[in-house]
Design a protein around this ligand. Structure first.
Ligand SMILES: NC(=O)c1ccc[n+]([C@@H]2O[C@H](COP(=O)([O-])OP(=O)(O)OC[C@H]3O[C@@H](n4cnc5c(N)ncnc54)[C@H](O)[C@@H]3O)[C@@H](O)[C@H]2O)c1
Length: 707
């Protein structure tokens, strides 16, 4: 049972009891209607209280049900709410913890609502590409006013109940309870007094009966629509919220409700909603590691050490300081330490300057930081993260030192991007304690953390690092050991295709614009100029020694030979006016490209945007299929998460593999076969990966491999 009923005198208390957050799946909905009908029929019951057991009133719909036949089965949530609203006995909702989405809509169908202080309230449906579909768009504007209601729906963020209680003349909450521990008793008392008033002839208040309007009428909705459209270019749901709320102001309640329903059903089928729901589930799935039990005992992480205070070390340290975890930061020289500290301070001061960080908080964070030049100061850290130069010799020196000084049980992590974690682990006598923590730059901003599992990494170490990643606000995805791990191994193929496109006839600007129109924040060439083209140059030079068979377009090397490293040198794939970041196509670069084509004997051909996008995105897909086959990633949705959280893949497309499923894998494979015939390109790469071929043969999708 997911609903429990107890009689308190003449008040029936119906408690949602569906841990962890009382989601409103089909069983719960059925039991709720049965409980309501029984309370209605029971002559000993004068009034009803609806509450939630455990941590929350209700976090809303059961997302696992979305798209399944259960979602469509009666009673739907709107039906449950209708039953409650029509009840002839007063129904009081007692809210605590969370009242989100369908949970809040359920409460709005009750006659009265009492809320515990600190309750978090939201209509977050837009985050899944939807709008509130159980009356929320019609009842909330009547309860708190059109402007505040629309704001809540369009942003989808949680707010404290107190903020809504403070809205003048709001009708959402009848009472703010004294405390979370008294809210139920206060609700029972409210129910009793309501039943007395009702018995004396007072009608039961219903939000649906309240008037709804905005004093500025059309003008308000016009400007709301403009603002919402501008802020949500790729997502239709927020604009649909505006339309639905406008209906609430113009149409009778039941007509508005019917329109809301139609809009909800339409949105449910949009690719954007499918993508957002996929991303939501992917983020949760990524926390699960197939052979690491969720209850694996974790190590305590109360103190962290960071080795190296460069670009990455400083950002990594900030993550922990922001989460209130003390950090010791070690450098090899006083000068480097001072430089690292100055950068870290500058970053915080910029946040203070923008009003994003309170000066007192800045001081608290800095007080948690201990700079040092001596290993004795890091020895008692629970977790040490190495972020020194990307050079195996330097890493060896550091890890041998750490092995010698760190207390037993300390976790030794490396932020290496390209070196073999197993080789690094072998520098120590404790490979079970060694793990990769691959942060992305800027490390204090980027959400993605690839947790790299070495051959010997302990399960408890993995579980601990995943949890610590969560504490510092990262989205953690586990990757096995391979060159580039999940993200960079795939991006290399994307970048290679970008280079070949240039050789074959594109300009950098054409490639960038095509993929930006697809939805990437920045195309590969603008990105190269931002990050520094010399980084890839150094990697390719090393590659030429290690992996002589891998071909790249030579244009990137020729660019670097011209000293055009990107924005930092004022010139890269594009020209930059001094102090400006606007990328201006460069005649010099276009001439260099043309000379190179002539040397290759390639006649440039017209290449359309569709081919550009397919070559770049399907290169990601094919490499991802190999990564899955090699068990470097646990599931396709982990790869999508890496790309959404770390590489700017457009969220409304749900990640490369979700996108490929949507295009149809047979279409993807056909395009790959076409590209494989390109005589200039690296034909071997375009053979569809074995996993892709197996999926095609079984008429299956990448999604079928998700859990
Ligand atoms: N920059 C990126 O975008 C990025 C992204 C992910 C991972 N990484 C990885 O992070 C690591 C650091 O990269 P970075 O960009 O911060 O480099 P960086 O050159 O900015 O910083 C490295 C720092 O390490 C210090 N250092 C060198 N040897 C040391 C030693 N023996 N003991 C203590 N400190 C020492 C240097 O003084 C320098 O301050 C590398 O392994 C790199 O591959 C970099």
């Amino acid at each position: 049972m997911t609903v429990r009923c107890t009689l308190q005198g003449d008040v029936e208390v119906i408690a949602l009891d569906n841990p962890p957050l009382n989601s409103l799946g089909l069983d719960t909905r059925r039991e709720l209607v049965a409980a309501l009908e029984q309370a209605q029929a029971d002559p000993d019951v004068a009034a009803i209280v609806l509450t939630g057991s455990g941590r929350a009133f209700s976090a809303g719909a059961d997302l696992h049900e979305f798209g399944s036949p259960r979602a469509g089965q009666e009673p739907g949530l709107a039906g449950v709410i209708g039953t409650m609203e029509r009840a002839s006995k007063p129904v009081v909702a007692a809210l605590h913890g969370l009242a989100l989405g369908g949970g809040l809509e359920l409460a709005m169908g009750c006659h009265y609502r009492i809320v515990a202080p600190g309750t978090r309230v939201a209509l977050p449906e837009v985050k899944l590409g939807l709008l509130p579909g159980a009356g929320g768009t019609q009842r909330l504007p009547r309860a708190i006013g059109v402007g505040p209601a629309l704001d809540l729906m369009v942003r989808g963020e949680q707010v404290a109940a107190e903020a809504l209680v403070g809205i003048p003349e709001q009708k959402l909450f009848d009472q703010l309870a004294r405390g979370a521990d008294t809210v139920l008793d206060e609700a029972v008392a409210l129910a009793r007094s309501a039943s007395r008033r009702h018995a004396a002839g007072a009608p039961l208040p219903r939000l649906r009966d309240l008037p709804c309007g905005h004093p500025q009428g059309d003008a308000y909705f016009q400007s709301a629509r403009d603002a919402v459209r501008a802020a949500n270019r790729n997502f239709p749901a927020p604009l649909q919220c505006v339309d639905a709320v406008e209906s609430a102001t113009r149409e009778p309640f039941d007509v508005g409700l019917a329109h809301e329903r139609e809009r909800f059903v339409d949105l449910m089928r949009t690719p954007q909603s499918l993508a957002l729901r996929h991303a939501f589930m992917a983020e949760r799935s990524a926390r699960k590691i197939p052979d690491v039990a969720p209850d694996t005992a974790q190590r305590t992480i109360a103190k962290v050490a960071v080795i190296g205070a460069g670009t990455m070390g400083g950002g990594i340290a900030m993550n922990f300081l922001n989460a209130g975890i003390p950090v010791v930061m070690l450098e090899s020289s006083q000068q480097a330490l001072d430089r690292g500290l100055a950068t870290l301070r500058r970053n915080y001061e910029a946040q203070v300057g923008k009003g994003k960080l309170e000066p007192t908080r800045y001081a608290q964070r800095m007080a948690l930081l201990t700079p040092t030049l001596g290993y004795a100061d890091v020895a008692d850290a629970d977790l040490v993260i190495e972020a020194v130069f990307e050079d195996l010799g330097v890493k060896e020196q550091v890890f041998r030192q750490l092995d010698a000084v760190m207390k037993p049980g300390a976790i030794l992590a490396s932020n290496t991007s390209t070196l073999d974690l197993n080789t690094i682990a072998a520098f120590t006598r404790r490979p079970q304690d060694v793990v990769g923590m691959h942060f992305f730059s800027p490390a204090n901003v980027m959400k993605l953390l690839e947790v790299v599992r070495g051959g010997g990494t302990g399960r408890d170490v993995l579980a601990t690092v995943m949890a610590v990643g969560g504490r510092i606000g990262k989205i953690c995805v586990v990757s096995g050991v391979c060159d580039g791990f999940i993200g960079n191994r795939m991006i290399e193929q994307y970048t290679r295709q970008a280079g070949f496109l240039i050789d074959e006839g594109c300009t950098p600007d054409q490639v960038d614009k095509a993929i930006e129109a697809f939805g990437f924040a920045m195309g590969p060439f603008r990105m190269g100029d931002l990050a520094g083209n010399d980084i890839g140059w150094a990697i390719r030079k090393r590659r030429a020694i290690e992996k002589p068979g891998v071909r790249f377009s030579k244009t990137a090397d020729l660019l670097c030979a011209m000293g055009r490293f990107g924005q930092k040198t004022g010139a890269g794939w594009y020209d930059y006016a001094p102090g400006k970041r606007d990328a201006v196509p460069s005649r010099l670069v276009l001439d260099m490209i043309e000379r190179h084509r002539a040397e290759l004997g390639l006649t440039p051909r017209p290449i359309d945007d569709e081919e550009i996008v397919q070559r770049l995105v399907y290169a990601l897909v094919n490499e991802a299929a190999r990564i899955l086959d090699e068990k470097i990633a646990s599931r396709p949705s982990d790869i999508d998460m890496v790309y959404l959280a770390g590489y700017g893949f457009p969220l409304h497309r749900g990640g490369p593999l979700h996108y490929a499923d949507g295009v149809g894998l047979s279409n993807v494979a056909k395009a790959m076969e076409r590209f494989a015939q390109n005589p200039h390109d690296d034909a071997g790469f375009w053979q569809p990966a074995p996993l892709l071929r197996r999926l095609l043969a079984g008429h299956a999708t990448f999604a079928s491999l998700n859990d």
